[in-house]
Design a binder for this molecule. Structure first.
Ligand SMILES: [Mn+2]
Length: 424
């Protein structure tokens, strides 16, 4: 972890400027009838989960270019996640991926305690084969034509639930790579029937206080069809399985220009929004940093979430899921957590009474401007003050660079293998 005195010294140097900026924004918001302290408190209470696999350098199927001091295993990953939370105060939970993060639950809990973290949703992996595995997932897992392969995939998900129960997780996220690469390769209906039959077995093992999240993805690794290709199929799954099943929306898993915020609204309306994997994309599932390409879209998603806040039972899980190919993953994850907080803060500024009035009177221009006014407000001083109040860093990236953390861990962590593919 980073020495708290390093953070305190950096904050001290930035404090006077921050106070001036915060007070100026407070005056401005006050004229709009908004209490800046109330917004800051909500932002400070907000958290987004870090995926354990996000702290390693990602890659494409062409190559991976790891940096120095890459985490060598789950305990290194938790150290990195602890640093991210220490500096941002915005990432209190980590989402583990089995078998990549398989370890003794007692050791995981001890490390979580040491790093100030807790565990978010468990993620199963039936999209790649593990050493010594009896059946191959080359042609699918939960929807495979072979019953023994489906049973193996179900069994793995049950193991993830058991593991999660021992470390305080309350959800299982299931994403499968199942699909087809050629027209005619798979019978769409039979394949989906097999998927549902397997998913029902997983659902049946879910503890009463757990949720099951299923994640849709339009393409990759299957390039002609995927079994859970879009939110429609995802909704069907959640409806077929039962009350504890919900849809997970990964922003990158849609075709370009799809109206994701509207999908979010539909899932909220019918009680099936489970949560998010935040990231951004330009062309496809690019796994770019959250808000790197289209911050307005992220804001529009949060606009729907803020609009729905207070709905009984509405408690979507928030997690980042992105691949860091050319940046230090810790820096990218810190920035992305702050971008999610920013979108939330901006959405809190929307004048909802005015917006409803413009909607009712069909004043399209002023309705749009109402959203834009909130989006254009620079809420940076609110985010900084929320961090400062909890002894996190006013400027996390600058403080991280000054701390020398990466160079320090590089001395003890073995250098990572840059050969081979991509997805981590
Ligand atoms: Mn995802």
């Amino acid at each position: 972890m980073i020495d708290q005195s390093t953070i305190a010294a950096a904050n001290e140097a930035a404090d006077a400027d921050l106070r001036a900026d915060y007070d100026a924004l407070g005056d401005h918001l006050s004229r709009r009838g908004i209490d800046i302290a109330a917004i800051k408190d909500k932002v400070a209470a907000y958290g987004v989960a870090i995926p354990s696999w996000g702290v390693g350098t990602g890659g494409t199927r062409f190559a991976r270019f790891p940096g120095a001091g890459e985490p060598a295993g789950v305990f290194d990953k938790l150290d990195d996640c602890g640093v991210i939370h220490q500096l941002t105060g915005a990432t209190p939970r980590v989402s583990l991926h089995i078998p990549w993060d398989d370890a003794d639950p007692a050791d995981l809990l001890a490390k979580a305690e040491e790093t100030g973290l807790s565990f978010d949703a468990m993620n199963s992996n039936t999209f790649q084969d593990q050493p010594g595995q009896a059946q191959s997932y080359k042609y699918g897992s939960l929807s495979h034509t072979d019953a023994a392969t489906r049973a193996q995939a179900v069994e793995h998900n049950l193991y993830c639930i058991e593991m999660g129960q021992r470390i305080g997780s309350k959800a299982l996220t299931v994403w499968v790579g199942d699909g087809s690469n050629f027209p005619g390769q798979s019978n769409f209906t039979k394949q989906f029937e097999r998927y549902l039959e397997s998913a029902k077995q997983v659902y049946a093992a879910l503890p009463a206080d757990w949720r099951l999240f299923t994640e849709h993805k339009m393409f990759e690794p299957a390039f002609y069809s995927t079994v859970v290709q879009d939110w429609g199929t995802n909704y069907l799954i959640a409806r077929e399985l039962g009350e504890q099943a919900h849809c997970l929306v990964d922003l990158g898993h849609h075709a370009p220009n799809v109206n994701i915020e509207m999908i979010v609204a539909r899932l909220i309306q019918f009680g099936k929004l489970g949560g998010f994997h935040f990231n951004d994309s330009k062309y496809g599932d690019d796994d770019l940093d959250t808000a790197a390409i289209d911050p307005y879209r992220l804001f529009l998603v949060f606009n729907e979430l803020v609009d729905a806040a207070g709905t009984p039972g509405f408690d979507p899980a928030h997690m980042l899921d992105q691949s860091h190919n050319v940046t230090d993953p810790i820096e990218s994850l810190m920035n992305s957590a702050m971008e999610v907080q920013r979108a939330y803060a901006q959405a809190l500024l929307v004048d909802r009474t005015a917006l409803a009035g413009y909607q009712d009177t069909n004043d399209a221009l002023m309705a749009s401007e109402t959203l834009k006014t909130a989006f254009r407000t620079d809420v940076t001083p609110i985010l900084k003050m929320a961090r400062r109040d909890r002894d996190a860093a006013i400027d996390p990236v600058a403080t991280y660079r000054r701390s020398g953390y990466r160079a320090r861990v590089a001395e003890t962590r073995p250098s990572s293998d840059g050969i081979g593919g991509g997805i981590v």
